[in-house]
Design a protein around this ligand. Structure first.
Ligand code: PGA
Length: 252
C-alpha cells in the first residue's frame, strides 16, 4: 500500500507562508510514489487548495463539527471544509482532546459526519507519558479506537504518542512496531476484514533524520507530521524517505 505523508500545520500559516509551502509542494511533490496531504488552518484551506489544484498533493482540515449546520458559533461543518477545497480531515488529535476536552464519542460523531460529507478522516489516538510509564498504552489506545471509530469506519488511523508530539522524542522502533501491530489486531476485531486495509500512520517528532526507519516498520502506512511539515525541504525529504520504502510495483 502506498504510504500517506500528511502535514498538520496546526495553528500556523498566514497567507504568505501557506502560499509558499503550497507552491513548493506543487513543484516538488509531483511524481513521488506516495500519497501527499497537507492540513492547513481552516482560513488557508481555500488558498492552499487553489494553489494545489490538479497537483499530487491533497488538502485537509484539522477538525470539523459533528452537526451539518446550526447555532454553533465559531465551528465548521465537514461540508464547509469540503466546500473550501478539503477532501480529508484530522479528527481527535490529542491537542483537540486536551485543549477542547473532546471525548471518544465526539470524535466518533465527527468521523461519521466527515464520511457523510465525503471527507476521509484521519482519527488520532495515543497514550500520554504517564500512561506509557504505567504500561497502560495498549489499554488506552485500544479503548480510544473502539470508542472513536464507527463500526463501518472508512479512513485512516494515526498513532501519535502524546509525549512524542513536538518534543523531539520518539518511541523506539520496537515500540512503534508493537503498537502498530496491536492497532492492526484491534482494527480487525472491531471492524472485521475491513480493518486489514486501514492505513495506520505514525506521528510524533517525525523528521528527515528518522523518517526512513519509522516508515520502514511493519504496519506503518505513513506519517502525520507537525513541525517538520512547516519546512518545505524537510517535508519533501520525509516524502522521499517514504518513497524509498514503498512496495515495488507488482510484476506484470
Ligand atoms: P510533531 O507533531 O511532528 O510536531 O511532533 C505531530 C502531530 O501532532 O501531528
Amino acid at each position: 500500500m502506498r504510504k500517506l505523508i500528511a502535514g498538520n500545520w496546526k495553528m500556523n500559516g498566514l497567507t504568505e507562508l501557506s502560499a509558499s509551502l503550497a507552491g513548493s509542494l506543487r513543484r516538488g511533490a509531483d511524481g513521488l510514489d506516495c500519497d501527499m496531504l497537507v492540513c492547513p488552518p481552516a482560513t488557508m484551506i481555500s488558498t492552499v487548495a487553489h494553489i494545489l489544484v490538479g497537483s499530487a498533493t491533497m488538502v485537509g482540515g484539522q477538525d470539523c463539527h459533528a452537526k451539518v449546520s446550526g447555532a454553533h458559533t465559531g465551528d465548521l461543518s465537514a461540508a464547509m471544509l469540503r466546500d473550501a477545497g478539503a477532501s480529508w480531515v484530522i479528527l481527535g488529535h490529542s491537542e483537540r482532546r486536551g485543549d477542547h476536552g473532546e471525548t471518544d464519542a465526539e470524535v466518533k460523531a465527527k468521523t461519521e459526519a466527515a464520511v457523510k460529507a465525503d471527507l476521509t478522516p484521519i482519527v488520532c489516538v495515543g497514550e500520554t507519558e504517564a500512561q506509557r510509564v504505567a504500561g497502560e498504552q495498549n489499554a488506552v489506545v485500544g479503548s480510544q479506537l473502539v470508542h472513536s471509530l464507527p463500526k463501518e469506519f472508512q479512513g485512516v488511523v494515526a498513532y501519535e504518542p502524546v509525549w512524542a508530539i513536538g518534543t523531539g522524542r520518539t518511541p523506539s522502533t520496537d515500540d512503534v512496531a508493537a503498537m502498530h501491530g496491536f492497532i492492526r489486531a484491534t482494527l480487525i476485531s472491531h471492524l472485521g476484514a475491513a480493518g486489514q486495509g486501514v492505513r495506520i500512520l505514525y506521528g510524533g517528532s517525525v523528521k528527515p533524520s528518522n523518517a526512513k526507519e519509522l516508515l520502514h516498520l511493519p504496519e506503518v502506512g505513513g506519517a502525520l507530521i507537525g513541525g517538520a511539515s512547516l519546512v518545505d525541504a524537510d517535508f519533501l525529504a520525509i516524502a522521499h524517505a517514504a518513497q524509498m520504502v514503498a512496495e515495488p510495483p507488482a510484476a506484470s
